[in-house]
Design a protein around this ligand. Structure first.
Ligand code: URA
Length: 457
């Protein structure tokens, strides 16, 4: 492990090599505005200024917008990723079995909760630094925080210790991991510069490369409830991330998966923990189970713990069936401050909102998703997600989504169950109207559903 760039305050302003004029953020903005390539010194000057706090927000925002409009090439993306990675603490690779997984997120995506202990039960060392939810997507850290006492804020030393002794850590991003990304992401979020392939690549990879994993399995989602709207843009991001992995000497496999509807049935922080437990207990929704098995098998194979993908899948299924993965999950929860033998008491310990409002089919036909993204927004309206980084979360509210795309339904069949509080009854009328109008519709013709895993690259 090494402390990268701890002291980044420049005594002398950086000079551009050719003309010896001191670099300024204005000169970088002028250059990028004209579509010119930024040099290594310029990119590292930019990131140093962001990290040390000397760059004003308006100049960072202007440069981000210039990048957004004029683009950065592969070399600039590499240099940006490197500078962002080195803005904080970088762990050395722990061992060749150290593999992480990252998902670009979507609604009901709780696969990390299942696959982290499942992979660890198969011998993978899992150093997972996860995010919080923002906007319509949920975050693994928020879900874990619905477990009483669970600590997602470990120090760097605690992280290393637990990884060494137990082989699995799951915690939130700290101030010391890629701090430049925290600052840039907060500004991108309010300046319309999030959806840019180069900036997304540098943001994701700067954090993931810092964890000390030998390889990363990426789940890149496309569809109405995902960050990437369609297969084409998801493929573009996958190629960019794979190229960045190769440039840093890391193994990266990208799964490109469907997120036109929620993954599994449960949405909402505590409900998603319960559903993850069901999968670890050998039950749970088929789509979630299959996604977790496939992603974990890739982690096992990438971590050199199986001779081929088939063997890896066999190992993973055995770890699930034997209860080893569930045991690992319970041990991990207790190690990070949660209750002992959590899985046996989860139903009593996790708070689920008491009022259940059913969403029923008003006509017969087939279920079709229109805009599943809005389901995430409804959860946020109920308090289960945040609009601003500082918002507090209500872990108890949720939505159980029974309807899958292409299901045949009769009048009165339950499509969803909204779990909310008594005092939120006034919100429900509008929510029901919105679900019926914009989210799930009943069509006379059976819609075709796409495959859960579209491509693996
Ligand atoms: N997730 C990240 O961590 N960064 C992005 O830019 C987008 C998604």
């Amino acid at each position: 492990m090494h402390e990268a760039k701890k002291n980044i305050i420049r005594k002398n302003p950086a000079k551009s090599i050719k003309n010896e004029t001191p670099l300024t953020l204005l000169s970088l903005i002028e250059k990028k505005k004209r579509g010119k390539e930024l040099s290594a010194e310029e990119i590292s000057f930019f990131i140093d200024s962001v990290t040390e706090g000397s760059a004003p927000d308006y100049q960072i925002a202007a440069l981000l917008m210039a990048i957004f409009l004029k683009n950065i090439n592969k070399k600039e993306t590499y240099l940006l990723t490197k500078a962002m990675l080195e803005s904080g603490h970088v762990f050395d690779v722990f061992n060749q079995h150290t593999i992480d997984k990252h998902s670009t997120g979507g609604i009901g995506d709780k696969s990390s909760l299942v696959l982290a202990p499942l992979a660890a039960a198969c011998g993978v060392t899992v150093p997972m630094i996860a995010g919080r939810g923002l906007g319509h997507t949920g975050g693994t850290v928020d879900k874990l925080e619905s477990i009483p006492g669970f600590n997602t804020a470990l120090t760097i030393d605690q992280f290393s210790d637990q990884l060494k002794k137990f082989g699995l850590v799951l915690m939130g991003q700290t101030e010391s991991i890629a701090p430049a990304d925290r600052k840039l992401y907060a500004l991108r979020d309010v300046t319309g510069t999030v959806d840019h392939i180069g900036l997304i690549t540098a943001s994701i990879m700067s954090k993931k490369l810092a964890e000390g994993a030998a390889g990363i399995v990426m789940d890149i989602k496309f569809g109405s409830a995902a960050f990437m709207p369609d297969k084409k843009s998801a493929l573009k991001l996958a190629k960019s991330i794979s190229a960045m992995g190769a440039a840093f000497g890391k193994k990266v496999t990208c799964f490109i998966t469907d997120m036109n509807g929620p993954t599994g049935v449960a949405m909402g922080n505590a409900s998603e923990v319960l559903e993850s437990l069901q999968v670890l207990q050998g039950r749970g929704p088929a789509d979630l189970r299959e996604l977790c098995l496939e992603l974990t098998a890739e982690m096992v194979f990438m971590g050199k713990l199986a001779k081929n993908k088939r063997d890896a899948r066999f190992k993973v299924e055995a770890a699930l069936a034997s209860g080893l993965a569930l045991k690992k999950f319970d041990e991990f929860i207790a190690l990070q401050g949660g209750p002992n033998e959590f899985s046996q008491q989860a139903k009593n310990l996790l708070k689920i909102a008491p009022v259940k409002t059913l969403v029923v089919a008003r006509k017969k036909g087939y279920v079709q998703w229109k805009d599943a993204y809005k389901l995430g927004e409804i959860l946020t309206t109920l308090g289960g997600g945040r609009r601003k980084k500082t918002d507090l979360i209500d872990h108890a509210v949720g939505i159980q989504v029974n309807a899958r795309i292409g299901d045949k339904v009769q009048v009165g069949d339950t499509l969803m169950i909204i779990e909310h509080h008594e005092h939120q009854k006034n919100l429900i009328e509008n929510i029901l109207k919105e679900i019926e109008k914009d989210i799930v519709v009943i069509t006379p013709k059976k819609p075709t559903s796409s495959k859960l895993i579209w491509k693996i690259i």
